[in-house]
Ligand binder design. Sequence first.
Ligand SMILES: [Zn+2]
Length: 112
Amino acid sequence: MTEMPKCPECGSTYTYEDRGLFVCPECGHEWSQTAEPAAEAGLVVKDANGNLLQEGDSVTVIKDLKVKGASGAIKQGTKVKNIRLVEGDHNIDCKVDGFGPMKLKSEFVKKN
Ligand SMILES: [Zn+2]
């Protein structure tokens, strides 16, 4: 039997494979085989204070951030919920109220 990865959403071990995707029967989450969850990829993302950030954390923006293509900036003190960690220069993938999906640098946020 091939070893199946745990569901990154709920940790279920009853994962099965379907058309190249992993599927979790418990929470319905589907994900591709190639995209490893950040935690398993060994991604280390720290906030402005050096605290480790994790998937699903809530953070607060610590300085005004100009947004390309948007009329305003993300204001200092803006709270961002349910972040995702990604590789790269902008290592936080999230949705900001009023701006939509975007990527932030972890050095400009602090963990709530
Ligand atoms: Zn699940």
